[in-house]
Every structure is written in structure tokens, then in C-alpha cells.
Design a protein around this ligand. Structure first.
Ligand code: PEP
Ligand code: MN
Length: 339
């Protein structure tokens, strides 16, 4: 921690700041400038957590040196974390593509989507059974029946299933079906839910909240990991900005930034980021070029009839075209698609 003092700080104030920091078990190192004095605090920075340094007379600003996240930080792990799902190690050399409808609507559409996307390289099936909808009057998912359908299609196709859990009360139920638990953007800071999925060892797909900073996302991952579950995959799915041309603003820079901050795998969701099917391919290319470990893409047999997110869902031909066009980007990024 570095403490910068106010202009004109007195010696008594300086002594008091140092005493306060040293009383917490850290050492201080003072650097006297012409106008300001900077105090470097050396030692276990976590001891200063919760201490209101800014309220000590003479303190102007305080700058943490260590990252607030620990388990999620790159300092914590020697190698990138790999999370196995559907025969792919997410975070390894292969690019994981998760595809499927926004919502599970029925058996036939789910099976067709799973088969079509699998044939073109998807290695996991997504589909919401419990849907977080902005309006309470929108279709909110089939609930447990949707989970049953996912599990049936998993046995029919062999694809692992990725589905959202929205509530602490549903964690055990959803985990009894899902191979990967999705925490949606609207729940990224639902700390009780994060801690509940942290009790399990099931992989978690943690989507970035609409107004979350990169640090907020990493701290949300830290909540899960601090409970003992190390299997967290981060997902950039666009954030809210003042731009209205796209559903969200895809924060491309967050991908390489996250990759430099954390050992956890990072995937991108170009469907929710752009909100339009014609943007899915270019955003996918960009994400892979920027270092993403995978993609999650909404696909529907007939997007115009979809109960949710039809505008951004690809049909089967479009998905096949995307996978074909993606290949050179995957290769250029030094990665491969699972065969
Ligand atoms: C979804 O994946 O369908 C979804 C609701 O995503 P998000 O939480 O990112 O909005
Ligand atoms: Mn959706």
C-alpha cells in the first residue's frame, strides 16, 4: 500500500500515520518530496483491509499495490487453469465452442440444435431452463422440465450441458443435472449464489455483469474460489455503455486484460454482446484473435420463432458458416478446434 500525504502535512500527522500502519504489523518507508510525502507500507497488505486510511489526518490518497483478488490472480498459479468439459480442456490449446438455444423450448428443437451444432464442432450444449428476463412478463423458462430435456439430449448426443442457475435455492437442483453451471450477468454480484456454487466442484461459467469492471468480475470469481471451487470460466458478454447501436458494448480489451491478470480461462459471448445475428461472426473472430479460450453462441432451429433472443440466434446454416470462417482465426491464434 502506498499512502500519499496532503500538501503541508505536519510532522505530528506523519508520525501518527506511521504509528497507525506499524501498529497493524507493517513497516513504513517514507519518501520526502518537495510538496508531498509518500509512505510505502511494507508487509502483509491484507492487514490494512477495512482500515479507513483516508480518514487519518494528513492522508490524501491511498494506492493498493497488491491485487484485491488472490486465488484468481496469476500470481497464485504457475500455469493457466484448464477445466475439462466435453472432451475439451477449456483453457488449453483447443477452443471450446458451447452452442444452443437461449431457452430450452422443447425436446425436438433441443435435440436438433445439439446434433447440428455438434456436427460443426460445438462440444457443449447451452440452454436456459431458468431464464433471467428483464421483464417479468417475458417467457421465463421451463424450469425443471427444461433441465430434464437437457439431460435427455445429453444422453442422446453425448454433449455436456451448460445451464443457468439463478437462485441459491435452485443450486442443488440445477447441479443435479448440469455439467457446467452458468451464473448470468444479472447475478454476477449475487454473493450468496456465488458462495453456493463455490461449495461444489462443478465448473462454473461466470458471466460479466452489465456494469461490472474487470476487477469486479475477478472478485466475483474469487467468491466462488474462496469456497473451494477452483473451476471457474470467465465470460465477456458485453457491458452497458452510452452506446445504443448494439445490445451491449463488447469489451474486447477485457479479454487480453483478463488473460494477463488471471490464470482462469476466458470465453466470449458474441450473441449477447452484439444482440444481432450479423454481428456474431465478426465478434467471434475478434474474440479468438484477442486470446479467448472459447465462445458461447446462441443457435436455434428457427430463430424467428424463438421464445427468447431470436434476433441474435444463428440458424444451423449460419452456425456452420461461422465455424468454417472461424477456423483461420483459430489457427492464426495458435490454437485449434477440437476434432
Ligand atoms: C443467456 O446466456 O441467455 C443470458 C441470459 O446471458 P446474460 O446473463 O449474459 O445476459
Ligand atoms: Mn439469451
Amino acid at each position: 500500500m502506498i499512502i500519499v500525504t496532503k500538501h503541508g502535512v505536519t510532522q505530528a500527522e506523519l508520525d501518527h500515520i506511521r504509528e497507525r500502519v506499524e501498529s497493524l504489523g507493517l513497516r513504513t518507508h517514507v519518501s520526502q518530496g518537495e510538496h508531498r510525502t509518500v509512505i510505502g507500507c511494507v508487509g502483509d497488505e491484507s492487514r490494512l483491509e477495512g482500515v479507513s486510511l483516508l480518514s487519518i489526518p494528513g492522508v490524501d490518497t491511498v494506492h493498493p499495490v497488491m491485487r484485491p483478488y488472490k486465488l484468481a490472480s496469476k500470481d497464485f498459479a504457475a500455469d493457466p487453469t484448464r477445466i475439462p468439459l466435453g472432451g475439451v480442456q477449456i483453457g488449453g490449446p483447443e477452443i471450446m465452442v458451447i452452442a444452443g438455444p437461449c431457452s430450452v423450448e422443447g425436446h425436438e428443437m433441443l435435440l436438433q440444435t445439439a446434433e447440428a451444432t455438434k456436427a460443426h464442432g460445438a462440444r457443449a450444449l447451452r440452454g436456459g431452463a431458468f431464464k433471467p428476463r428483464t421483464s417479468p412478463y417475458s417467457f421465463r423458462g421451463l424450469g425443471e422440465e427444461g433441465l430434464e430435456l437437457l439431460s435427455r439430449v445429453r444422453s442422446e448426443t453425448g454433449l455436456p450441458i451448460v445451464t443457468e442457475v439463478m437462485d441459491t435455492r435452485q443450486v442443488d437442483l440445477v447441479a443435479s443435472y448440469a455439467d457446467m453451471l452458468q451464473i448470468g450477468a444479472r447475478n454476477m454480484q449475487n454473493y450468496n449464489l456465488l458462495m453456493e456454487v463455490g461449495r461444489l466442484r462443478r465448473p462454473v461459467l461466470l458471466k460479466r455483469g452489465m456494469s461490472a469492471t474487470v476487477e469486479d468480475l475477478l472478485l466475483a470469481a474469487e467468491y466462488i474460489m474462496s469456497q473451494g471451487n477452483p473451476n471457474v470460466v470467465l465470460c465477456e458478454r458485453g457491458i452497458r455503455t452510452f452506446g445504443t447501436a448494439t445490445r451491449n458494448t463488447f469489451d474486447l480489451a477485457a479479454i487480453p486484460l483478463l488473460k494477463s491478470e488471471t490464470h482462469l480461462p476466458v470465453i466470449a459471448d458474441p450473441s449477447h454482446a452484439g444482440g444481432r445475428r450479423d454481428l456474431v461472426a465478426p465478434l467471434s473472430f475478434a474474440a479468438i484473435a484477442a486470446g479467448a479460450d472459447g465462445l458461447i453462441i446462441e443457435v436455434h432451429p428457427q430463430p424467428e420463432t424463438a421464445t427468447s433472443d431470436g434476433d441474435q440466434s444463428l440458424d444451423f446454416d449460419e452456425f456452420a458458416g461461422l465455424m468454417q470462417a472461424l477456423a483461420p482465426f483459430v489457427e492464426a491464434a495458435g490454437r485449434s478446434l477440437p476434432v
